[in-house]
Design a protein around this ligand. Structure first.
Ligand code: GAP
Length: 447
């Protein structure tokens, strides 16, 4: 049955595939787990890195106006006071007086009934719960030693704005980019990678003159769609939600939520916001340092305005997996496969000798693998079990090509010497091609 026939993929199918095939595991699993944390295995890590590298390449490496940084996760707490996170980065929390469970007030369907113990009238009044994880720096236990794990990567860029200006003298408009971990003490982590407590973000703060904000906003809007396309996300599952004026954060004049049709509903994937000069203004007041930009041609000094595009890595990965998951029937057998774009697939091709007990086949197959690794290092080797099983294993992790070496490759049929069987993941179709042609197909698919 195809994905279309069977209906949409469920979150359980994705979670199960991730565990079964070594992509993603629950955090600290042998100790019963830790809510809102996940550990990436070899294939999940490769997929995540490919998603991040594609982003970095597109938005940093291929441009002349972008400055990548990698700031510390622990920052001076004054930075989070200035940004408003200490006083305002909170969610409304409600506690049940009977079972003591805590919930996000805005996620409750009925504020009279406890969703955990089912009692009526036991939920207290909502109170604001700050989502930053606090810890202590150094040996002192007093409050002056409190530091926070950053709740977003954005802050590290604003506090380094002056460093970038002083050392690189960029002309406006220019941007800063960062990929890294952020931590949020979510009241109710849920839906696998969608809402976690330890997350990863890819963020861009793009600095512009005030009068240029609309053009920059539109350019980043297109850029985000281009990235979605490069990831292979289907356009009909991606939606823009223009945040209404009354729902905008106080510092934002315009925000678009990029939403995705996940298995559990349409939810926020990424965000694009015009943040005015709020951030640089707040950090200028908070730090007492001048953060103004000097236009050397006009002599004018001003605080640049900011267009921020913010991407959650886990939410991106989950969208990629959900949209790639397929079930069908091939050769009379049910199979699961991931129709991943070859650019993000953890493994680009699998090389296999038809028989593993024939040294001449194994040797030739190893040589071919080494040759193909010049195109991309992620070329796997598999000589376990029968060839059909090897193909199915690769289908499940989204490997676009399987290459089999047989006696014809060695020249048993002279006109087929140095040709291989190239199998295509999505259709299961096979064709006989030269080694050079196989290399060319892989190169083309990932470029
Ligand atoms: N600097 C702006 C900012 O952090 P946000 O909307 O709070 O804005 C940006 O977060 C993105 O980070 C979201 O669109 C989402 O992709 C991701 N994100 C936020 N909280 C998350 C969580 N608890 N778990 C997974 N991803 C999260």
């Amino acid at each position: 049955m195809s994905k279309e026939e069977s209906g949409a993929v469920t979150l359980e199918q994705i979670v199960s595939l991730c565990k079964r095939r070594g992509l993603i595991f629950p955090g600290s699993e042998i100790y019963g787990g830790l809510a809102g944390t996940f550990d990436y295995g070899p294939l999940g890590l490769a997929l995540k890195k490919n998603i991040e590298n594609l982003w970095w390449r597109m938005f940093v490496d291929m441009r002349d106006d972008m400055y990548g940084i990698d700031a510390a996760i622990l920052m001076n707490p004054k930075a989070w006071e200035a940004s408003g996170h200490v006083s305002g980065f909170s969610d409304p929390l409600i506690e049940c007086s009977n079972c003591k469970n805590r919930f996000r007030a805005d996620h409750l369907e009925d504020s009279n009934v406890c969703p955990s113990c089912g009692k009526t009238g036991t939920l207290g009044a909502p109170r604001q719960f700050n989502m930053m994880f606090a810890t202590k720096a150094g040996a002192s236990e007093d409050d002056s030693a409190t530091v926070y794990l950053r709740p977003e990567t954005a802050g590290g860029m604003f506090v380094n704005f002056k460093n970038i200006v002083d050392s690189f003298h960029p002309k406006l408009p220019f941007g800063m980019a960062q990929i890294g971990k952020a931590f949020r003490n979510e009241i109710a982590p849920r839906e696998f990678l969608f809402r976690v407590r330890e997350l990863e973000q890819m963020e861009i703060e793009y600095f512009v003159s005030e009068q240029d904000w609309e053009a920059a906003f539109e350019a980043w809007r297109s850029g985000m769609h281009a990235y979605a396309k490069a990831l292979g996300l289907p356009t009909d599952q991606l939606h823009e939600l223009n945040v209404e004026a009354e729902d905008l954060a106080h510092y934002s004049k315009r925000t678009i939520d990029f939403e995705f049709d996940y298995p559990f509903g349409r939810r926020e994937l990424w965000g694009l916001a015009y943040r005015t000069d709020f951030d640089l203004g707040a950090h200028q007041s908070g730090s007492g340092q001048k953060l103004e930009y000097l236009n050397e041609e006009t002599g004018e000094k001003f605080l640049p305005h900011v267009i921020e595009s913010s991407f959650g890595v886990g939410r991106t990965l989950l969208a990629v997996l959900a949209s790639a998951y397929r079930e069908d029937e091939l050769g009379g057998e049910k199979r699961v496969y991931l129709a991943l774009d070859p650019k993000v697939a953890p493994i680009k091709a699998m090389v296999s000798p038809l028989l593993k007990n024939k040294p001449e086949l194994v040797e030739k197959a190893k040589d071919i693998r080494t040759e193909l690794q010049k195109v991309h290092p992620a070329i796997a080797w598999d000589d376990n079990g029968n060839i059909g099983k090897r193909y199915r294993r690769q289908d499940e992790i989204g490997t676009p090509f399987c290459i089999t070496i047989d006696f014809d490759t060695l020249g048993e049929t002279p006109e087929l010497k140095d040709t291989v069987t190239l199998r295509h993941r999505d259709t299961g179709d096979q064709e006989r091609v030269s080694i050079a042609e196989a290399a060319g197909r892989i190169r083309q698919a990932i470029s």
